[in-house]
Ligand binder design. Sequence first.
Ligand code: 5AD
Ligand code: FES
Length: 351
Amino acid sequence: HLKALVQKLTDTHQLEREEWVTLLQGQSPEFSEYLFALARKVRQKHYGTDVYVRGLIEFTNYCRNDCYYCGIRKSNPTASRYRLSPEEILSCCRIGYRLGFRTFVLQGGEDGYYTDARLVPLVERIKTSYPDCAITLSVGERDRNSYQRLFDAGADRYLLRHETFQHTHYSKLHPASLSAGHRQDCLWTLKEIGYQVGTGFMVGSPFQTDQHLAEDLLFITRLNPQMVGIGPFIPHHATPFAKKSAGTLEKTLFLLALLRLLLPKVLLPATTALGTIHPKGRELGILAGANVVMPNLSPTSVRKDYALYDNKICTGDEAAECRVCLERRVNSIGYQITTARGDSLNLDSYS
Ligand code: 5AD
Ligand code: FES
């Protein structure tokens, strides 16, 4: 029965809500191995054994929001706040470029300092300095005009996880100032403007059920994003969710494989959170269908301050060390890092 559902998913790239729930509840070590093998085959068909790299620049940990799960939420007084200057950000790009990165991901909290008047010229400067590179922004919810100006300035891609589709669940993870609907509207807007869009969610976030995950998968089916970022929820000690349990490696891998079968050409990172809950988490992620890794290019002086969750890996390592470390890890399982820009092959067709 489970295998029939997997067959349907592989053939039609969609499932009904109840079918997703059935699949999710069928998770077992044997069934997972079966799915991972299929996911590898699909990934192999489109991307071979290439793993794309993106240089992550965590440029500000100021945030106006107060998400209950996140260590840089505004009500965490113990967070030590920093903001990189444009010069520092460009210097990260310079180091990254020399290390072979052709995509820079500018990620930050929703920092009121980074208005369009400041962010637009920054994007333009990076684009002018590195015309052969893709710029990915991950700076949260902004209005349509802002997204448009940033796109016009040269941003190619935008990461904004929908976090959870279901409204009631969303409201258990966020204060009332944030809503699932607005989050999703932002994603549709980004798509309309022409960004390559990445969405995603945490696995095992507090109060999450398989029904919620089924809704997430249905939303992703409709949105048909170019990228999907998922990783386990990991508690941060200075948040309201400090005492909640973390998401599991097994369930995250299971979902990675399902996503690969759902969207064969999607760019799917083996995330830092996955590498944090298990020493071989990212390698196992690749073996379950992931094909992107995002080593950190932020200066080591601020690394530990971009703490969304506890025990985050790589906080003491220079960019070059992470690059080498990941290369070694990827090679150890028979894959290789590619420095191509890595635009998504997921445009409109599945063939
Ligand atoms: N554990 C795991 N992931 C987290 N994120 C935020 N806080 C946590 C946490 N405690 C994720 C969110 C966000 C992304 C940048 O990091 O999904 O979109
Ligand atoms: Fe950063 Fe391994 S990837 S040290």
